[in-house]
Design a protein around this ligand. Structure first.
Ligand SMILES: NC(=O)c1ccc[n+]([C@@H]2O[C@H](COP(=O)([O-])OP(=O)(O)OC[C@H]3O[C@@H](n4cnc5c(N)ncnc54)[C@H](OP(=O)(O)O)[C@@H]3O)[C@@H](O)[C@H]2O)c1
Length: 245
């Protein structure tokens, strides 16, 4: 009866994880969302309130999860939610000249949700992960947090988002180091291009277009299955390697 907690599960890929995982009646599936009453109802899923920017809400959610899962354990924590900063998606570094306050506002929102929020979620759920035999933590990352890919694809925009995902890779690496002896495995996992992202077809002419949420989730679950203490702390794509498309 493996258990899965998906944080930031209201829509998109997070909701896709809930639907995929809940289709197996053996799974215990819990979704955490800022506004659970607005989330599409999925059979075999318990929805709880929680906001990545609010550590107290995540601790409260973890307390409730402990009363739902077998022995109060959590096998898989998937932190999916993120601040996408869509308004800065096409702004390059020089676009922030004389717009420093605006940059800081977007940067702080991205770092708060995408980095601090992941740390808050992990800290809230570590006591439950320790009770599991599986002990896996996955944070949804992005190839846009990988310097080599940005340079090779001439990508110079969306800085609050891209820098927050790069920082997430470091956070996950440090968590992997800290919890190795306790057997908790950590992974930064890019889901591939799933919806509206800049068209990468000029860099990869054979690219066939974005994945559906369902396809991406299926690929990601295979990579999560392969997460071990040996590769804990890595950042990987939905292919389980460094191919981001
Ligand atoms: N789609 C892609 O092509 C792609 C590519 C690379 C990486 N990713 C990553 O994949 C993950 C999911 O992306 P998506 O495309 O599914 O995005 P999405 O459809 O925009 O969904 C974003 C999710 O994050 C939640 N969220 C935002 N702020 C939150 C907070 N403070 N606390 C809790 N939840 C919060 C949203 O909840 P609300 O409904 O409450 O706003 C929503 O459920 C993200 O980490 C993203 O960076 C996506």
């Amino acid at each position: 009866m493996p258990s899965y907690v998906v944080v930031g599960a209201s829509r998109g890929i997070g909701l896709g994880f809930l639907k995929n995982l809940a289709a197996n009646p053996d799974n215990t599936v819990i979704g955490i969302a800022r506004n659970p009453s607005a989330v599409e109802s999925v059979p075999n899923v318990t929805l709880l309130q929680g906001d990545l920017t609010d550590a107290a809400s995540l601790k409260a959610a973890a307390s409730k999860v402990a009363t739902i899962t077998k022995d109060g354990a959590v096998d898989h924590l998937i932190v999916n939610g993120a601040y996408l900063s869509y308004d800065t998606e096409f702004i390059t570094p020089r676009g922030f000249v004389d717009k420093e306050d605006y940059f800081l506002s977007e940067f702080q929102k991205a770092m708060h949700t995408n980095v601090a929020g992941v740390l808050f979620a992990v800290n809230a759920f570590v006591p439950l992960l320790k009770k599991s035999a599986i002990k896996k933590v996955v944070a949804l990352s992005s190839g846009l947090g990988v310097p080599d890919l940005l340079v090779s694809s001439n990508f110079s925009t969306a800085i609050p988002y891209t820098t927050s995902k790069a920082a997430l890779h470091i956070l996950i690496a440090e968590l992997a180091v800290e919890y190795k002896e306790e057997g908790i495995k950590f992974l930064s996992l890019s889901p591939g291009v799933v919806s509206t992202r800049p068209d990468p077809s000029t860099l990869y002419p054979n690219w066939t277009g974005p994945f559906s949420v369902e396809e991406s989730v299926e690929h990601q679950l295979k990579v999560i299955e392969g997460l071990t203490l040996e590769n804990s702390g890595a950042y990987l794509s939905h292919w389980g390697n460094k191919e981001w498309l």
